[in-house]
Ligand binder design. Structure first.
Ligand SMILES: *Cc1c(COP(=O)(O)O)cnc(C)c1O
Length: 399
């Protein structure tokens, strides 16, 4: 804060769909001296967090931790498996799918992009059809985004695996769950995912700075055949070190202290309660948006994201101006419209360490902001959310 900026009392409302607010308990856990990453104390931490991370992904396979953002974990997945010229099939759910596709192109791969409308999920039928046409089995991988953070649509990953199997195709399944892990149900092994990609700053409530891969045995075997130079991202380089709780280079030690506690916190709440809480907050948010009479970006009732809600403003109303008003007046950050939704939509993040009253605070900021920005809407959104929240609980009878 510069000296001429006035201090704002209370907590900033960080209601973007990642980074999400970091709980004090995690901040305290990271407030430690950085230890020798080759020493015995580190070894225990390393073994513990790798074990907990595998459990969170619901895999008995491998989990890898990089000192990177989620984008690094995307690159790790592609770099370990594919060589220049390799064909991969990707699906356009929104901006994050588009960025991953662009990365694949920049790495010299040949991504084929099945186009989508940015308002619905992955069409598994389209994937099956395309794989059936690939009689020469040129497609090496299918890449999809689990929770598309630019739109607020969560795709059915199990259906994508079933489509690949129905086509009898050997392609690997790669899934971006950067904003899904720790918020929405995710089952790496059960859903037959080969590589899952995630990051620290969304459902895991940590600061940015760590990227994760969960990797099946099939993907690991495939990476050994892949004819592409790699070092920093190499799973093979990591494994012998990880087996002893160490890393081939300096890990983000203090973030790992945080990860240890973050996963404990998710487990103490109970993963199913965490998922139910996110679902419930998603529905409460949609109650508000419907009452305001605004359009939700996700068009498919079954695929609404529990992580965030994308909201379209009426034609002629600039979502960035609206967001600026909310920030200036109420000290709340809302997510920007990304890619083709720039200026047209904003996103309400309802992920991570938030409760009913945090959400209601956020929704009241949105409702007041709509009024101040002169966006045509009906009042009563927050009331609808309050009614929904008072009438429902998570399965264990709490919130
Ligand atoms: C945030 C996000 C990313 C990118 O992660 P960075 O940490 O910003 O590199 C990728 N995919 C999805 C779905 C995301 O939400």
């Amino acid at each position: 804060m510069s000296s001429n900026e006035r201090r704002r009392a209370g907590r900033h409302f960080l209601q973007i769909p990642g980074p999400s607010p970091t709980p004090d308990r995690i901040l305290r856990a990271m407030d430690m001296p950085t230890i020798d990453h080759r020493g015995p104390a580190f070894q225990k931490l390393g073994l513990r967090v790798l074990e907990k991370l595998r459990a969170l992904f619901k895999t008995k396979g491998h989990a890898f931790i990089y000192p990177s953002s989620g984008t690094g974990a995307w690159e790790a997945a592609l770099a370990n498996l594919f060589a220049p010229g390799d064909c991969i099939l990707m699906y356009e759910t929104g901006q994050f799918a588009t960025l991953w596709k662009n990365m694949a192109g920049r790495l010299g791969l040949a991504p084929e992009f099945l186009s989508g409308d940015w308002r619905s999920g992955v069409d598994a039928g389209m994937i099956e059809k395309r794989l059936r046409q690939d009689s020469e089995r040129k497609i090496k991988g299918v890449c999809v985004v689990h929770n598309e953070t630019s739109t607020g649509v969560t795709s059915n990953i199990e259906a994508v695996r079933k489509a690949i199997d129905a086509a009898g195709h050997p392609a690997l399944l790669l899934v971006d769950t950067v904003s899904g892990l720790g918020c929405a149900d995710y089952r790496h092994d059960e859903w037959g995912v080969d590589v899952s990609v995630a990051g620290s700053q969304k459902g895991l409530m940590l600061p940015p700075g760590m990227g994760f891969n969960a990797v099946s045995e099939k993907a690991l075997a495939s990476s050994r055949q892949a004819n592409r130079p790699k070092m920093f991202w190499s799973w093979e380089e990591m494994i012998p070190h990880n087996n002893n709780g160490y890393f081939p280079y300096t890990p983000a030690t203090n973030l790992l202290y945080g990860l240890d506690v973050a996963i404990d916190m998710l487990n103490e709440e109970g993963l199913n309660n965490v998922f139910a809480r996110h679902q419930r907050h998603g529905e409460a948010t949609r109650c508000a948006v419907r009452a305001w009479g605004l359009d939700i970006v996700c068009r498919d009732e079954a695929l609404h994201s529990p992580v965030l809600t994308g909201v379209l403003l009426p034609e002629g109303h600039d979502s960035d101006r609206f967001r600026q008003i909310v920030l200036d007046r109420f000290d709340m950050s809302l997510g920007i419209g990304l890619g083709r939704l720039a200026g047209k939509a904003f996103r309400i993040g309802h992920l991570g360490d938030i409760n009913d009253l945090t959400l209601l605070g956020a929704l009241s900021g949105v409702e007041m902001g709509l009024g101040l920005a002169g966006v045509p809407h009906k009042k009563g959104g927050v009331d609808s959310a309050m009614v929904y929240l008072s009438q429902t609980t998570t399965p264990d009878g709490r919130t």
